[in-house]
Design a protein. Structure first.
Length: 30
């Protein structure tokens, strides 16, 4: 159970980072 929770946290962090980086990347491209 602990491993699953850790994976969930990592997935949430990576998705949050991707969504945070998307607008920045779009601004750099345009």
């Amino acid at each position: 159970m602990k491993q699953q929770a850790g994976i969930g946290i990592i997935l949430a962090l990576t998705t949050a980072m991707c969504w945070g980086a998307l607008p920045i990347a779009m601004k750099q491209v345009s």
